[in-house]
Design a protein around this ligand. Structure first.
Ligand SMILES: NC(=O)c1ccc[n+]([C@@H]2O[C@H](COP(=O)([O-])OP(=O)(O)OC[C@H]3O[C@@H](n4cnc5c(N)ncnc54)[C@H](O)[C@@H]3O)[C@@H](O)[C@H]2O)c1
Length: 464
């Protein structure tokens, strides 16, 4: 029976996942550790570093009881009998595989540290999303550099979606656990199964071999992103033919073989995972000599880039081919609603395109601080940090963001945007007053009655 869990990495996955494991297993001590002291300090306050509906409530129930956040990684490792690795695995920005392969240096550092510090047997669980066969590398590091301790390596990828993480964790469609099919491997799989079985029905806990588990996570994300790119490709066709993409999505989604989920056309997907995991899949296919398969999946990313670019270009074309000196209000910066995560958000790329055309952008997002927005833009390196701060301002009030704007771009589907006083916003805007609804969340008919010129994704008002 597992008595002590350590999770290395207190991010969007490690924090919420461990909070729920601790909540549901009061008999297990759960230590979440991270090298980022600021993040750990925030986890110990009520101003958590991750915004997720319901998260604070779960943390408050378990924190100090059997859930702890700490910077002492060595102590966490030493005391644990099960260690989750939940560190970031971004796309490599250097050397071999640059721009595609996953950067595994943080994972490798964790494995080396575990090997160095461990004095008793451990089950090491890959929670981070990793390329297939990474467990082999972890096993080699652990066995070649470790002392006398024995290690079992499991793969337990996380399927939570940001914005609904707590619900997803409390009621997962499935939990996936992969491990070696040896007696020791099967025992380790069973130990982890028992941790989840405290609240997840057994039939939803899928046990597989290691490689199937590692690969399944990449493929799940690839299929999800593929659906978004598929419907987004059709949105472009709808705009030129007069069809309505939401009607098409509804009509095809009622086919039980297709299903209605993930068929919402938009300005493009973002988030830390879809792009990096597909690039990683592309890299793996190339590595294993499957160029046709690599090209197939690469198109999902190419289409997503096209969709973001197309949205920005549409704003420029519609505003009489220039946005130079014009105020564009951007509502939303997070990559989706109900999160403060901005990684790979479409907002960053739309803003960058518009700034290239000399727009003055004013952003409002209910949860994202200005500091994150500037960090995102500065990271692109398109212009100097000074120029970014001069051309893009951030405000705390949506009405102020839209005041005297030539156009409004809806980037994130925050619910509160639907409830605004759109007449008041219209009255305070430059005319003609344009709205580009990158999420198709507003009531377009009502907006047009007020006087707005409305452009939706996959809509061509005036067609039949
Ligand atoms: N964000 C999601 O929705 C999601 C969903 C499923 C899976 N994943 C996967 O989970 C993994 C983590 O993602 P995330 O969004 O939580 O990342 P994150 O960047 O929010 O968190 C990672 C944390 O790991 C810490 N860290 C890095 N190296 C460390 C080390 N050597 N020792 C201690 N701490 C270290 C960082 O300081 C950071 O706080 C990734 O592989 C990701 O692909 C993410």
């Amino acid at each position: 029976m597992v008595k002590n869990i350590c999770c290395i990495g207190a991010g969007y996955v490690g924090g919420p996942t461990m909070a729920v494991i601790a909540l549901k297993n009061p008999q297990i001590k759960v230590n979440v550790v991270d090298i980022n002291a600021e993040r750990i300090a925030a986890w110990n306050t009520d101003d958590l570093p991750v915004y997720e509906p319901g998260l604070l409530d779960v943390v408050k129930q378990a924190r100090g009881r059997n859930l702890f956040f700490d910077t002492d990684i060595e102590k966490g490792i030493r005391e644990a009998d099960m260690i989750f690795i939940s560190v970031n695995t971004p796309t490599k920005t250097y050397g071999l595989g640059k721009g595609k392969a996953a950067d595994l240096r943080y994972v490798e550092l964790c494995a080396r540290q575990i090997a160095e510090v461990a004095t008793s047997d451990k089950i090491v669980v890959e929670k981070s999303t990793l390329p297939v066969r990474t467990a082999q590398a972890i096993k080699t590091i652990l066995s070649e550099t470790g002392g006398k301790a024995n290690f079992q390596v499991l793969s337990n990828p996380e399927f939570l979606a940001e914005g609904t993480a707590i619900n997803d964790l409390l009621e997962p469609d499935r939990v996936l656990i992969g491990g070696d099919q040896t007696p020791e491997g099967l025992t380790a799989i069973e130990e982890l199964t028992q941790v989840y079985a405290s609240w997840v029905p057994r039939e939803r806990i899928i046990q597989t071999r290691l490689w199937s588990s590692e690969l399944s996570k990449l493929i799940a994300n690839a299929f999800l992103a593929q659906r978004i790119s598929s419907i987004n490709s059709i949105s472009a066709l709808c705009e030129v033919t007069g069809a309505d993409v939401d009607e098409v999505a509804y009509a095809i989604g009622t086919d039980s073989r297709i299903g209605p989920k993930f068929l919402k056309a938009s300005v493009g997907f973002g988030g830390s995972c879809f792009q990096k995991d597909i690039l990683n899949l592309v890299y793996l296919c190339e590595y294993f000599g499957l160029p046709e398969v690599a090209r197939y999946w690469e198109q999902v990313i190419a289409l997503n880039d096209y969709q973001k670019r197309r949205f920005a270009q549409n704003i420029i074309h519609t505003l009489f081919n220039t946005v130079s000196g014009k105020k564009i209000a951007m509502l939303g910066w997070a990559f989706k609603k109900d999160t403060n995560d901005t990684r790979e958000s479409a907002a960053i790329y739309v803003a960058d395109h518009l700034l290239n055309d000399m727009a003055n952008i004013c952003v409002y997002d209910p949860k994202v601080p200005a500091k994150s927005m500037y960090a995102d833009l500065d990271y692109l390196g398109t212009r100097s940090p000074d120029e970014n701060r001069k051309s893009l301002t951030v405000v705390n009030d949506p009405y102020e963001a839209c005041k005297n704007a030539h156009a409004i771009a809806i980037i994130t589907e925050w619910d509160e945007f639907k409830a605004y006083d759109w007449q008041r916003i219209y009255d305070n805007m430059m005319k003609p007053a344009f709205i580009f609804d990158g999420r198709n969340i507003l009531d377009h008919k009502r907006l047009m009655e007020i006087g707005f010129k409305v452009k939706g994704i996959g809509k061509s008002y005036g067609g039949s």
